[in-house]
Design a protein around this ligand. Structure first.
Ligand code: RIB
Ligand code: CA
Length: 316
């Protein structure tokens, strides 16, 4: 099997950790680096989480690069209510033995320049690192084979505000830069990711009984978000937002996408971070935004089965 080289750009966070586990458990992917960015938790916390997770999974062969600790322009926002102060829910990660390899933006610019057309970027946090790479050397993102982005809400409500999804809300200017970069993009918005859910029953019946290092991490990591749902009087669930972006790289046939003209609101008090979709059907120059491939539907049952198999029985 030909493995495809990928770079994960991430703000670990619980679902980021599950995405990293899926990527490492998938023989189709060769993870050549993990870049961290401020998002769910501050950069230092997320970077330590990435290192600690690789330590836990005995994959310290994978280099970690630390990126932006602030959004391009707006004030930083975090999601510790969902992911916990540690960013890993109730899971406790080992002390990392490896050092940070370098700067994430340097790594992105150098790697994409050295291997044009070969690397898939899977971005599952705010897009600050990608935007800084594009600003530093215009045309950088076009050198990626594909840029898969977990972000945005097209027809779905937002999760950070009524209209904005967290990754685009946390750095709307970065999202705007990436959408306008000319890169080969696939956006995986909440419209798709809200179709892939793990329930408390899934965790109790399919994951907890395995009693492995990986399964126990998953059980512990989701406890914070489950507690939040209980506080809200809702059934405890965890959306596999970021793992589905990895799924788009390993099993693209499970997602159904369409090309939409979209742009990103970067200023409105109520609408900052919103994906604005132009469905008026006007001829191209009159359309707002850029034509972007957006995953809107997924074969959820097949993806969940793939996720559980790959995360809980990773390739040896
Ligand atoms: O809106 C979901 C996204 O925001 C996911 O990437 C999650 O990790 C948070 O970063
Ligand atoms: Ca994330």
């Amino acid at each position: 099997m030909n493995t495809q080289p990928v770079i994960l750009d991430t703000d670990p966070g619980v679902d980021d950790a599950l995405a990293i586990m899926l990527a490492l458990g998938s023989p189709e992917l060769d993870v050549i680096g993990i870049c961290t960015v401020s998002g769910n938790v501050p950069l230092s916390t997320g970077t330590r989480n990435a290192q600690g997770l690789l330590q836990l999974l005995e994959r310290t062969d994978i280099p970690v690069f630390a990126g932006a600790d602030l959004p391009l322009k707006r004030n930083p926002v975090f999601a510790t209510e969902v992911h916990g102060e540690s960013g890993m829910g109730q899971a406790v990660l080992p002390e990392p033995s490896q050092k940070i390899k370098g700067d994430a933006v340097d790594f992105l610019v150098q790697t994409l320049s050295n291997q044009p057309g070969e690397i898939t970027i899977i971005a599952v946090g705010p897009l600050t690192n990608l935007a800084l790479a594009e600003q530093r050397q215009p045309g950088t993102l076009q050198k990626a084979k594909q840029v898969i982005v977990m972000g945005g809400a097209i027809a779905e409500t937002g999760n950070s505000t009524p209209v904005a999804e967290f990754n685009f809300y946390a750095d709307p200017h970065a999202a705007h830069t990436v959408i306008h970069s000319g890169a080969t993009l696939l956006i995986v918005p909440l419209d798709a990711t809200r179709q892939v859910v793990l329930s408390e029953t899934d965790i109790e019946n399919k994951i907890a009984p395995l009693k492995t290092v990986a399964s126990q991490f998953v059980v512990d990591a989701v406890q914070n978000v489950f507690a939040l749902y209980r506080q809200l009087g809702r059934e405890p669930i965890v959306y596999l937002h970021d793992p589905l972006a990895v799924g788009a790289a390993i099993a693209p046939e499970l997602l159904c996408s369409e090309t939409l003209y979209i742009d990103i609101e970067t200023s409105g008090d109520l609408t900052i971070g919103q994906v604005v979709t132009d469905r008026r059907g006007l001829p191209s120059p009159r359309c707002l935004g850029k034509p972007v491939n957006c995953a809107m539907h997924v074969n959820a049952e097949a993806f969940l089965s793939l996720f559980l198999k790959r995360v809980l029985t990773p390739a040896s």
